[in-house]
Design a protein around this ligand. Structure first.
Ligand code: ZN
Length: 588
């Protein structure tokens, strides 16, 4: 039955009050420790919102909670439900006022948009477009919900920083590993299905409840529409994970001046001694591992069923190799780790990245020709480690399928010079099976452990190749390997759950005979510290110690090759200084 909409100003007023009451109830239900000024502010904002709702009803000549706005009110219900879900199910202690206002203003915006389309347009394209925008606005919350489903924790800022700095390939691999293509397809199908449902209901509403013939100014409606869109658009940037993403973008833009700072500081580096680790031309190598966890490596976990570190196991019997048994990532995400590991910045000092000296510039000062060889795609300068990489004399960056492609650059290096070479590949980063060629598969059972073990074994082979070539051709005198962070084979290495397999990392140092002869004290300190607890944000100082580059940007307390190394398990932290190493459950 077709009913023309009737309106009364009293019903508009009552419905505005109802909107106000609903918003306030939701706010008080989801708040735990809000101050009285916070309550006052919310109430004032809500009253403004209720007045806006009254104006909207007056302009369109229809009440807000009318059944003809079912598909528009869906947006409000969705965001309200989301704030309740976050509060009671996810246990997030945030203020949910943004979610509440996005829902209310969002619904009002779509109501006015619908009114405009019905009154002033004839094309159905606008209706469909409005429905797509509705779904997009709601889909913002899906990111949080999917993340929670996978990890059991809300999204944190560091993850958004990683997302901002990720590459297309990495993103695709994350989706295929943790979401799965079938689930992604299912999500798209659900989205498509919802779009169809919205169309059907909306057409029925339009047919059953045509608008009255009230004369309305088209431009007034457009102005109201734009005004209503403003609040959800601006607030969205300050809500949930979007807020963290925006902060990540701002941070990444801030640090782009790193090169400028360092350029100004190089002249101020004062080395304590000009003495090199050996007088002959030699090479020092640093290999930065990716996502290697001690928990799933034979050398550290002898009862692990896969023999995935045969070369390293052999090396551990060689006195030139020092395999450290208690090394930890200072965080579980690449960027957060490497901005600490490669620079002065650590969890134990107050330095910020922009004001921190780095391994490359100190090595250059020490007379090394510096090389950065990476197999990571991208490298647009946005991440802290690519900013450090950009300081190298020579950069070889190629996003090849497998890390062993980096070896071809090693073969180009001049043995007559003192070289410092950094390798940064994909290591055993998910998805694991993409890290090694099919023909390489050593462990054939169809499990994540087997795939991960193949990837770790491929890294083991890579390390062996680097060592052997360096030793035979470049007078390799020091080689340092450490993983940026570890890995959990189910949830990856997102920091939300603080799972310790994500920070228990492998690390070893090889020292050549000439090094040992000329720097016996350092060799002995390193051997003595084999089982000492260590976090990889101290790599910078340890590396400086190894290459005899003690200087005014050096702290012996963080140098494993120094007798002044001052840290013990009691004062070490991980996950960005939020968890003590003492809490590692695998230690007990
Ligand atoms: Zn990483």
């Amino acid at each position: 039955m077709v009913k023309t909409i009737k309106y009364t100003k009293l019903s508009y007023l009552l419905q505005s009050v109802l909107v106000l009451a609903t918003m306030c109830s939701l706010f008080f239900v989801t708040q735990h420790e809000v101050s009285s000024s916070g309550i006052g502010l919310f109430i004032r904002k809500s009253i403004v919102c209720a007045i806006v709702i009254y104006v909207v009803q007056y302009i369109i000549g229809c009440s807000f909670f009318h059944v003809r706005w079912l598909t528009q009110l869906f947006v409000m219900v969705w965001w309200y439900a989301f704030s309740l879900y976050k509060c009671f199910y996810m246990g997030v202690g945030d203020i949910f006022e943004n979610e509440i206002f996005i829902g209310t203003y969002g619904a009002a915006f779509f109501i006015v948009t619908q009114y405009y389309c019905e009154k002033f347009t004839t094309s159905s394209v606008f209706f469909v477009l409005a429905d797509i925008v509705k779904l997009l606005l709601c889909s913002v919350t899906f990111v949080t919900l999917i993340h929670y489903k996978i990890y059991g924790y809300p999204i944190v800022y560091e993850e958004m920083l990683a997302v901002y700095n990720t590459t297309y390939n990495e993103a695709v691999e994350w989706i295929t590993t943790y979401v799965g293509l079938s689930n992604l397809l299912l999500l798209l199908l659900v989205g498509g299905f919802l779009l169809v449902i919205l169309q059907v209901i909306r057409k029925k509403e339009m047919y059953c409840y045509p608008h009255s013939n009230l004369p309305r100014n088209k431009f007034l409606v457009i102005v109201v529409m734009i005004a209503l869109a403003y609040y959800p658009t601006v607030t969205l940037a300050d809500t949930d994970w979007v807020k963290d993403y925006v902060s990540a973008v701002n941070y990444s833009n801030d640090i782009k001046n790193y090169g400028e700072y360092v350029s100004n500081s190089i002249e101020t580096i004062q080395l304590s001694s000009e003495k090199k680790i050996t007088t002959n031309p030699h090479t020092v190598v640093m290999v930065i591992g990716e996502s290697a966890s001690r928990n799933y490596m034979k050398i550290y976990t002898p009862d692990f069923p896969y023999d995935n570190t045969p070369w390293l196991c052999d090396c551990s019997n060689n006195r030139d190799f020092i395999v450290f048994s208690n090394a930890y990532g200072c965080h579980s995400l690449t960027q957060q780790v490497l901005e600490n590991a490669l620079t002065e910045k650590s969890q134990y000092n107050e330095k910020d990245f922009l004001n921190s000296m780095n391994i490359i510039d100190v090595a250059k000062k020490k007379g090394y020709k510096t090389y950065w060889i990476t197999n990571l795609a991208g490298g647009d300068g946005a991440s802290t480690f690519s900013l450090v990489a950009s300081r190298a004399d020579v950069i070889y960056r190629e996003a090849s399928e497998y890390d062993d492609n980096m070896l071809k650059y090693l073969y180009k290096i001049n043995p007559e010079e003192n070289n410092f070479i950094v390798f940064h590949g994909n290591g055993s980063h998910a998805s694991y099976s993409a890290r090694y060629p099919d023909g390489y598969t050593v462990f054939h059972d169809n499990s994540r452990e087997a795939e991960y073990s193949n990837a770790i074994r491929f890294v083991d082979d890579f390390l062996k190749n680097v060592y052997e070539y360096g030793n035979n051709n470049l007078n390799l005198q020091a080689m340092l390997y450490f993983s940026d962070h570890g890995e959990n084979l189910v949830t990856g290495h997102g920091p939300s759950d603080r799972s310790f397999d994500k920070v228990r990392i492998p690390m070893f140092i090889y020292l050549g005979k000439e090094f040992q002869k000329n720097n016996m004290d350092k060799y002995e300190s390193l051997v003595a510290n084999k089982s000492t607890f260590f976090t990889n944000d101290m790599i910078y100082n340890t590396f400086l110690g190894i290459i005899n580059a003690e200087c005014n940007y050096y702290d012996s307390g963080e140098d494993l090759s120094s007798s002044h190394y001052s840290h013990t398990i009691d004062d070490l932290y991980t996950f960005g200084k939020t968890v003590k190493i003492l809490k590692d459950p695998f230690l007990h």
